[in-house]
Design a protein around this ligand. Structure first.
Ligand code: HXC
Ligand code: NAP
Length: 274
């Protein structure tokens, strides 16, 4: 279990919904927020994964609820909000972490393939965001939201075009709504993780051909990120330590996005000045 970087009690009594909280980064966020004192709702399609997260939180003395939810379906999202209110009384925190992705040539994508990714990432984030914001506004106590995006929002993602397009849309939502809902004391930020080898991403993206070693060499810090490092960043953004932070994106990628330029070819270049 993660050792949170923030002091114990930082999220004491806060009620947090984390979509995709049964696996990978979402599970780490659920466990981390719970260790910091939050009451947790995890929501995704596979109930067995959600229930495992709940059991681990309860075993550590926390409180948690699993709500089977396909974020593409507004009725299921409404149920997620209702179940949360019924169990815990309100919502303080939402993390839009659920996502779907695969690598494919763009010309081979079927309409369904496009819709699957954009439906989960962009529509699903929107349905959860609006439903939870309505509840936060009605309750009048503000709230915090974090959207998990990816660094290819800024320069595209060849091979994962639907995900890059959808995540760019989520960044835009983050920016628009942070201003629109500031009057309701709702802070909305994003995190752009670099490569993190979770079970699903290893299967769908990074699994073969020594790819993890090869990609690691492109990361200035020389390695993939850990789920707990993303969870700690999310905990900061939903805590009062980030009380003046809204509408921004925290990149947690070991410097990958900035790894351009010619320094890495220096030893192959004829002269050291131009
Ligand atoms: C082309 C594909 C495909 C592939 C599925 N499809 N996989 N097309 N290449 N590899 C097509 C199917 O043929 C189908 O179209 C359509 O997509 C929907 O497929 P379903 O399996 O019915 O969809 P569904 O059950 O809704 O599953 C959604 C999914 C799946 C996205 C396809 O992979 C999933 O549930 N993933 C969740 C976990 C996940 O992806 N995690 C990774 C997150 S990492 P047809 O036309 O045949 O009906 C991430 C960022 C990484 O997001 C960033 C790295 C830098
Ligand atoms: P992951 O384990 O595959 O997490 C994705 C989660 O989304 C799963 O728990 C899945 O649960 C849930 N989900 C998928 N479709 C859903 C739907 N229709 N409704 C509700 N939930 C759904 O992958 P991860 O690596 O931890 O990714 C977490 C986040 O980080 C994602 O937003 C991803 O795009 C982002 N990210 C990851 C990386 C990386 O390298 N790993 C890099 C950049 C960004 P169910 O199957 O139970 O529904």
């Amino acid at each position: 279990m993660n050792q949170p970087m923030l002091p114990a009690g930082t999220l004491q009594g806060q009620i947090a919904i984390i979509t995709g909280g049964g696996t990978g980064m979402g599970k780490s966020m659920a466990l981390t927020f719970a260790q910091l004192g939050a009451k947790i709702v995890v929501a995704s399609r596979k109930l067995e994964n959600l229930e495992t997260t709940v059991k681990e939180i309860e075993a550590a003395g926390g409180e948690a609820l699993a709500v089977q939810t396909d974020v593409r379906d507004p009725a299921q999202v409404a149920n997620m909000v209702e179940q949360t209110k019924a169990r815990f009384g309100g919502i303080d925190i939402l993390v839009n972490n659920a996502a779907g992705n695969f690598v494919s040539k763009a010309e081979d994508l079927s309409p369904n393939a496009w819709n699957a990714v954009v439906g989960i990432v962009l529509n699903g984030t929107w349905f959860c965001t609006q439903a939870v914001a309505r509840e936060m506004i009605a309750r009048g106590r503000g709230g915090k939201m974090v959207n998990i995006i990816a660094t290819y929002v800024w320069n595209g993602g060849p091979g994962t075009a639907p995900s890059a397009a959808a995540k760019a849309g989520v960044l835009s939502l983050t920016q628009s709504l942070s201003v629109e809902w500031a009057q309701h004391h709702i802070r909305i930020n994003a995190i752009a993780p670099g490569p993190v080898a979770t079970e699903n991403t290893t299967r769908q993206l990074f699994g073969g051909g020594g790819l993890i070693e090869r990609i690691s060499k492109e990361v200035p810090l020389g390695r993939f990120g850990e789920v707990d490092e993303i969870a700690n960043a999310a905990a900061y953004l939903v805590s009062d330590y980030a009380a003046y932070v809204t509408g921004t994106c925290l990149t947690v990628d070991g410097g990958s996005m900035l790894n351009k330029g010619y320094l890495k070819y220096l030893d192959k270049m004829p002269g050291k000045s131009v």
